[in-house]
Design a protein. Structure first.
Length: 295
């Protein structure tokens, strides 16, 4: 009888100890979960802001390279009024004769330009290497002709429709009238390579989106040049994207294709683009498995 009572007491004590240990494990897990989540948020916000500076700096370099192209021949002939006696096609051809070889060599050395070209005001362009085409139908060409300002384009389908391209366009003017323009085709893969190593806690990927919800760069190429990425996310994702295209910075939890994720986002300087870094929540939180145990 005594042994039976003793056994029962030991069993109860043992059970209580197990429950206490599991309770402490559960408490430690939840405490650690909150701490890790806060740390992840903080790291994500810090990383995306620093990486946004890197992307913004590279965008500034691309713009500066186009703005610093040598167009002294055109400027000299604006001063002597010769440009007013030449049509757009003649201006394009003369600028290529003077600088086409330099443009071709610059593009060959460039890490971000596929080619540098000169275009007339009808969108007929010719690269320094001799390739020709027409960009009159592109939104960036129309925007540049309307604004008279430097324009960095969204991704758009090439003339043959087989790939996406991007351009940067600079108008050359005489008496505030656009006479001819110079520009460059930008390598789409340049931006993908630039953001390929951006992540949260060693997990995830970076992507770039503009204020029309068009994706500029993404780990999944099917989203590039499209503005339907919100269709694959939940309401939290759509709300976050709305914040992003409004030029805000922040962090958000969301579901994308049924997977729980976290994102941090930050606007890029002097553009209507934003950098986003996303990662799967499960991969980030897996560091807590040591605390969780068999609860």
């Amino acid at each position: 009888m005594f042994k039976s009572i003793k056994f029962r007491m030991m069993f109860i004590y043992g059970l209580l100890i197990i429950l206490i240990v599991r309770g402490l494990s559960w408490f430690a897990y939840n405490q650690s979960s909150d701490i890790l989540r806060n740390n992840v948020y903080e790291e994500a916000v810090n990383n995306v802001s620093l990486n946004a500076e890197i992307v913004s700096h590279d965008l500034a370099k691309i713009k500066d390279e186009i703005l610093n192209l040598d167009v002294s021949w055109f400027e000299d002939n604006v001063k002597n009024n010769l440009v007013n006696y030449m049509d757009a096609e003649q201006l394009k051809d003369m600028l290529l004769i003077k600088k086409g070889q330099n443009f071709a060599e610059m593009a060959e050395r460039s890490e971000y330009f596929e080619s540098i070209f000169v275009s007339d005001i009808n969108g007929n362009y010719k690269t320094g290497a001799g390739m020709e085409g027409n960009i009159a139908a592109t939104a960036s060409f129309k925007k540049m002709m309307e604004s008279g300002e430097l324009v960095l384009s969204q991704p758009f389908l090439s003339e043959e429709g087989s790939s996406y391209q991007m351009t940067i366009l600079r108008p050359l003017k005489a008496e505030d009238e656009i006479k001819v323009l110079i520009g460059a085709f930008i390598k789409i893969e340049y931006f993908n390579n630039l953001i390929s190593n951006m992540n949260i806690g060693g997990n995830g990927y970076g992507w770039i989106i503009d204020n029309s919800e068009m994706v500029i760069a993404h780990a999944d190429s099917k989203y590039i040049g499209q503005n339907n990425i919100v269709n694959d996310g939940d309401e939290s994702f759509k709300k976050a994207v709305n914040n992003i295209i409004s030029g805000k910075e922040g962090v958000a939890d969301y579901k994308f294709k049924g997977i729980n994720k976290i994102m941090a986002y930050y606007p890029l300087s002097n553009t209507d683009w934003s950098l986003v870094v996303s990662a799967g929540t499960e991969k980030i939180m897996s560091e807590l498995d040591v605390f969780k145990g068999p609860v």
